[in-house]
Design a protein around this ligand. Structure first.
Ligand code: FAD
Length: 370
């Protein structure tokens, strides 16, 4: 766009700007909502999401992996490492990684809604080799966001905003939109981009040297924009691994579906019940907490033989006691014995009825009430 077009479109831009490139496909989204939407979509497909469950160790087994987290263990045929700045630490749980993650901090500053409309589109400066630069962004919520910075750190935890960062962001933003003022800031935050400097800041998406261990690492900006494509690319890698192992893609995912227990989808219910016994005790207990039908299944298996045993034991005892009382008396025992036989049949029938009644109370009535 020439100077006239630029200033007609964005009247608040610095008058020193003489030309610009118009990119109509540039868009803004709310990254939190996008992440939550992706998580919801996964949950609806039967994936179970464990929060506050950091991976602390990974062990290679004959048919896959055991992923450990504090007091839990997960069995997996394929593992994907997408741990952001901690990705090399996670890979190091299995092998000596051939990449190093540098955390590149970015500080962002959110301006009051009073500044809504100061720009109508996302304003980018000219990018450099490391970053796309400090932007002025009209957010989907009606505020304006300025930032980010790009500062390489020697740690993976520093998400502080700083006076220097703020000064840098506003001096650069003012170059684009001079009326922007740091007194309009209502919130500030920082994030860490996981960059691999040694390979020119490129993403690494591959099956690592450990069979079945996939890495999506060094996903720095624009990782969010690229995430749907990264997802598809990763699925292709997983499909190839399944082929190599002679497994169907669906079979690689069966564990995820078992954990999912999505009551809206009938096939997950059957998969879950069918495979319940194969799960570890930990996961079985977790599933029981989520859905009491597994508790009933477990109880049924445990109590049915006991009830039958007790029922027949009781019948035999009654039969034996009746015989004893016959022997005690003198004479007329043969008619008495046929009477006892009838009595025993009656006892057996009543024991069976009692068993059915107890089962009904335990498996149908109590769960219904609770
Ligand atoms: C300030 C800033 C501005 C950005 N702007 C843009 C932009 O405009 N456009 C764009 O496309 N991208 C942008 N990005 C980049 C984008 O945010 C990243 O590319 C993307 O978040 C990387 O995704 P990731 O899943 O690889 O890592 P992350 O988003 O960092 O996720 C890694 C996850 O792994 C978890 N984790 C770590 N260790 C463990 C462990 N041991 N066990 C279990 N879980 C673990 C972490 O808790 C985290 O939830 C920006 C980034 C920043 C910081």
């Amino acid at each position: 766009m020439n100077e006239k077009q630029v200033h007609e479109k964005e009247p608040n831009l610095n008058e020193k700007i003489h030309a610009a490139i118009w990119c109509p496909t540039t868009s803004v989204l709310n990254p939190y909502e996008m992440t939550i939407a992706a998580a919801r979509s996964c949950a609806a497909s039967g994936v179970h999401i464990y929060t506050s469950t950091p991976v602390t160790a990974i062990q290679k087994t004959d048919d896959g992996f055991i992923v450990k987290s504090n007091d839990r263990e997960f069995k997996a045929k394929i593992v994907v490492n997408a741990a952001g700045v901690f990705a090399s630490d996670v890979s190091a749980m299995l092998y000596k990684p051939d990449f190093k993650i540098t955390a590149r901090k970015g500080e962002e500053y959110l301006l009051d809604r009073a500044k809504k409309g100061i720009v109508k589109s996302v304003i980018f400066p000219c990018p450099n080799a490391v970053t796309k630069g400090t932007l002025v962004i009209p957010t989907v919520d009606g505020t304006v966001m300025v930032g980010p910075t790009a500062e390489a750190l020697d740690n993976y935890t520093d998400k502080s905003t700083t006076t220097e960062g703020c000064a840098k962001v506003f001096s650069m933003a003012k170059e684009l939109v001079p009326s922007i003022n740091m007194f309009d800031v209502i919130s500030a935050f920082a994030g860490l981009r996981p960059a691999i400097v040694e390979n020119g800041n490129d993403f690494i998406i591959r099956e690592s040297s450990v069979e079945g261990f996939v890495e999506c690492v060094g996903i720095q900006s624009p990782g969010l924009t690229a995430s749907p494509a990264i997802g598809e690319y990763t699925v292709d890698i997983i499909k190839k691994i399944c082929e190599k192992k002679g497994m169907k893609f669906e079979d690689c995912l069966v564990d995820a579906r078992i954990y999912g227990l999505d009551s809206r989808r009938e096939e997950y219910k059957t998969v879950a019940i069918k495979d319940y016994d194969k799960l570890t005790a930990d996961i079985q207990n977790e599933i029981i907490i989520k859905d009491c039908k597994y508790y009933r299944e477990k109880l049924k298996k445990l109590i049915k033989p006991i009830l039958i045993f007790v029922g027949f034991g009781l019948s035999y005892l009654l039969y034996y006691l009746s015989l004893e009382s016959c022997n005690d008396g003198e004479g007329a025992c043969s008619t008495y014995i046929s009477w006892i036989k009838l009595k025993v049949i009656e006892e057996i029938i009543s024991c069976i009825l009692l068993t059915i009644m107890i089962q009904t109370i335990i498996f149908k009535i109590i769960p219904y009430i609770s």
